[in-house]
Structures are given as C-alpha cells and as structure tokens.
Design a protein around this ligand. Structure first.
Ligand code: NDP
Ligand code: 2IT
Length: 459
C-alpha cells in the first residue's frame, strides 16, 4: 500500500515535469497540451515502472510529430475574388503503418487542433489492431455557405499540394468535420487526375467508386456498439434508455440511427446554432429527415423543431449546457463542447454514461467530474474508432482490388469494437469492478505504439 501511494505521487510529479517541457516546446497549443496530459497521466506509472521505456524517452518521442507540412491554398470564389487559406498535414506517428487520419475543413482549424487530433489518432488507430499510423490534416476553410463549385475549386487546389505527401502506402487521408461525401469526391477526383492512377490513397469514398460499404455509418454505429458493450459490462444495456446526442453531422446521425435500432430513445440533436429537444424521440423517420435537412439541403437543425409540434429549439445552448435529462450522453460535435460545470449538472440530472463520438468533446474538468461521480466515460480514441477501422478495411479492399459485402464489413466492425472494448477493460480495471475506460484506452494504445517504436530503434 505504502509503495503504491509513493508511486502515485511520483507519477504525478513526473507528469508535471514532462508537461512543463512539452508546453515550453509547443507554446500556444492548448488543445495539444490537453490531449497529451490526459495520456501522460494514464501512462506515467507504467513508464516509471519500465526502465526500457524511460531510457528510450518513448513519451518524449511519441509526442513529437514525425512531420508537419503547411501549405498555401489559393482559390477563386464564384464572383472571381481570390481567397487564400492555409492547409496542413500532420504526420504524427508511422510506427504501426502508413499514416492514416481525417481531413477537417473548419474556420477553427489550426496547428494545435491538428496536433491534438494527430496524437489521438495514433493511439486510436493502434487500438483497432489494424496496421495504421496516425495523422490528421485540413484547412481553416469554411465550406458553410459556399457553392458546390467553390468547394470543388478549394478541394482541387488543396489536393494539388497534398498529393505530394500522400499515397496508399505513405499516408491515407479521409473525412472529418466539414469533409464529407462531396469533399472526398472532389479531392479524390483531382488526385486520380494528377496521378493518372486509381489509387486507394483516400478512404471514405462513395460506394459508386470503390468506397467501402458502411464507411459512412461506421463511426456513429461503432460508437453506439461501444456504448452498448460498456453498459452490458456493468450489467445493463441501451434498450429503453434516453440518449442525448450533440451534433447532427456524420457521426451524430448514424449514432442516432443505431441507438434507435437498439431500442433507445434519442431525445436531442444539435448544430452550431443550438439544440433541438424532442421528448417523443427521433425515430427512424425523423432521423432520415434530419439527414436530408443537414446533409443534402445543408440546412439548420432549427428547422426540425418548426416541423414537429413537441420539439423545441434552444438557440446558443447545447444538450450539455442545458443539462437535458438523459441516461447516456453521446457528444458527437466537436472538441471541448462539454465543460466541468456541464458535467456536474448532468450528473445531478441522472446521466450514467458518457460515450465520446467526437474527438476530445469533454474538457479535462468534465472527465474528472464524471470519474468522481462514478459516471462511465467511453473515451473518443476507443469509442469513435469504428470510422477509422472501416477506413482501414476500405484500404484493404482497395489494395486487393475487391469490395466486400455490407454484412462482412459490419461483422468486422463489431469484432474490432469488441477487441477495443476488451483491451480497455484489461488495462482499465482496477481492484474494484468499475472500469476506467479512459485509463484503459490510453494505456492499451500507448503500449502498442511504444512496442513498435522500441523495436524500430531511435528513428
Ligand atoms: P460533420 O461536419 O459531419 O458534423 C459536425 C457536426 O458538429 C455538425 O452538426 C456541426 O454543426 C457541429 N459542430 C461542428 N463544430 C462545432 C462547433 N464548434 N460548435 C458546435 N457545433 C459544432 O463532422 P463529423 O460528424 O464527421 O465529426 C464530428 C466529430 O466526430 C468531430 O470531433 C470529428 O473529429 C469526430 N470524428 C469523426 C469521424 C468520421 O468518421 N467522420 C471519425 C471519428 C471521429 P454545423 O452544421 O452548425 O456546423
Ligand atoms: O477522427 C477520426 O478517426 C476520423 N476522422 C476518421 C479517420 C479515417 O481515416 O477514417
């Protein structure tokens, strides 16, 4: 007992010293600091107990991206005005395979955001068990309000540079916020034209041109499957539960679809304007209508409330700031959308599990509050790994010039989510029954990347 409390104090000191150096080396990158601190806190005791990891300075090396490419993206509006955006690709860690990770187009994109995402992606990809390194990229471009032609010109200009840095065995991008079917199509079209090759260097492609079945659904479906596994592990399930979801994009929509299919009631969805509360629940029909509204018509979630009598729209709030009553919360919009103060109110309102569909949606204080309140937390790098997992399967299908049927992909997705869940339980179960999925995911992912890095020497 005495030995363990000494180790814990020691670990806390080691984390502080490590973070001080990291913050100094990477000034002005709060999201990156936050993501690293979360992992460092989980893995410090393991590193302290392992001389080989310490002397190889594994955590120092793992938190330094292998490469960052920054480039100019000039393009023309429909009115003939010239615009300049900034593009990035952060190739974070290639120890486990070719770099893999999404592209985000959003005005808030900057180097800190992409480094946090690339770092998280490295551990997430490791957890899938597929041979994929971690990367992330994107641009500070806002597709909102732009015509299809403007988005196409932007994507083409972006790809003219990005193509130098990607390839099916080098780095394989996919979608993320602001990069959906339309953008992937334009990006792939330009890549194919420049390369004069039909390559698998982008995933999330349409099924009409060699994309995998179920890639669109994979992140949301995987997240809900993970939530079901977490609840089942603690003796319950999703059936009959009230689920609050934030966002109404790719992840949120398919999470809502799967949750409903498993017998839960989805009571909220949101976008950056505010949230809709529908106490009757978003059934399959309503979800299809939200899909049409947000994905095809590119409208605002508020419209849904106007069409359904009992549904209400609250501008400027989220399901979390309003502490909507629910059993399970699925934050599926963006980073740091759920604060410590929100978490405390949600606990009072009865939330029992929070499963992250978005990347790092919970602030550090929120995670701490949920932990203290014994609320189960499914961390993003485990819970939303279904998307990149099916991207990995798409890559495999493309490399073997074949396409699998939907059932095969669905079975593989379930197996991979089960594998991730079991690794989290293995490394996250303390002496009590309660599973700390945050620690479990961090530690399991870290061990996999660390082992590959150790084997490959100082590179
Ligand atoms: P989409 O662009 O399809 O949807 C994003 C949704 O979140 C929209 O409803 C959007 O509202 C809302 N949103 C975005 N930014 C903000 C913000 N700053 N404040 C409030 N709401 C916001 O993105 P995805 O669904 O693909 O991604 C959502 C999250 O899931 C991200 O964190 C992403 O990194 C993560 N993720 C995505 C994967 C994928 O396969 N796509 C895989 C794993 C994780 P609005 O319409 O108003 O912009
Ligand atoms: O955050 C993520 O895992 C993604 N945006 C998906 C990345 C991918 O390569 O499919």
């Amino acid at each position: 007992m005495a030995k363990q409390s000494y180790t814990r104090r020691d670990a806390a000191r080691a984390v502080e010293a490590f973070m001080q150096r990291l913050v100094q080396r990477n000034p002005g990158e709060p999201e990156f600091h936050q993501a690293v601190r979360d992992v460092a806190a989980s893995v410090a005791p393991h590193i302290l107990a392992n001389e080989e990891l310490r002397s190889a300075r594994i955590l120092e090396r793992m938190t330094e991206p292998e490469r960052i490419v920054i480039f100019r993206v000039p393009w023309e509006t429909d009115d003939g005005e010239v615009r300049t955006n900034r593009g990035w690709r952060v190739q974070f860690n290639g120890a486990l395979g070719a770099y893999k990770g999404g592209l985000r187009f959003h005005p808030t994109v900057n180097q800190s955001v992409l480094k946090f995402l690339g770092f998280e992606q490295t551990l997430k990809n490791a957890l899938t068990g597929l041979p994929m390194g971690g990367a992330k990229g994107g641009a500070d471009f806002d597709p909102k309000g732009r015509s299809d032609r403007e988005v196409m010109r932007f994507c083409q200009s972006f790809m003219i540079e990005l193509r130098r840095h990607i390839g099916e065995d080098t780095d394989v991008p996919a979608g993320d916020i602001g990069v959906g079917d339309r953008e992937i199509g334009y990006l792939f079209g330009m890549l194919r034209r420049i390369e004069n090759r039909f390559t698998g260097a982008i995933t999330g492609k349409g099924e009409a041109y060699s994309g995998s079945p179920l890639r669109a659904e994979a992140t949301g479906y995987g997240c809900v499957l993970f939530a079901e596994m977490m609840l089942t592990e603690s003796g319950d399930g999703l059936r009959g539960k009230r689920i609050a979801i934030s966002g109404s994009g790719n992840v949120a929509l398919f999470a809502a679809e799967k949750a409903t299919e498993l017998g839960a009631t989805v009571v909220t969805m949101s976008d950056s304007d505010g949230f809709v509360h529908d106490p009757d629940g978003f059934d399959r029909d309503k979800i299809e209508r939200v899909k049409d509204l947000k994905q095809r018509r590119r409208g605002r979630i508020e419209e849904h409330a106007k069409k359904h009598r009992k549904a209400t729209f609250t501008r400027g709030e989220s399901p979390w700031s309003a502490a909507v009553e629910c059993d399970v919360a699925l934050p599926c919009a963006t980073q740091n959308e759920l604060s410590g103060a929100h978490a405390k109110r949600m606990i009072k309102a009865g939330v029992r599990a929070v499963v992250e569909g978005a990347n790092m949606p919970c602030e550090h204080d929120a995670i701490e509050a949920f932990r203290a309140g014994r609320v189960l937390v499914g961390p993003a790098k485990a819970a939303n790994a279904g998307g990149v997992a099916v991207s990995g399967l798409e890559r495999a299908q493309n490399a073997s010039h074949t396409l699998w049927d939907r059932d095969t992909v669905e079975r593989r997705l379930e197996e991979i989510m089960r594998h991730i869940h079991d690794q989290c339980v293995r490394d996250g179960r303390g002496r009590e029954k309660h599973v700390d999925y945050v620690r479990g995911a961090n530690l399991a992912g870290f061990k996999l990347v660390a082992a590959a890095m150790l084997a490959q020497g100082i590179v």
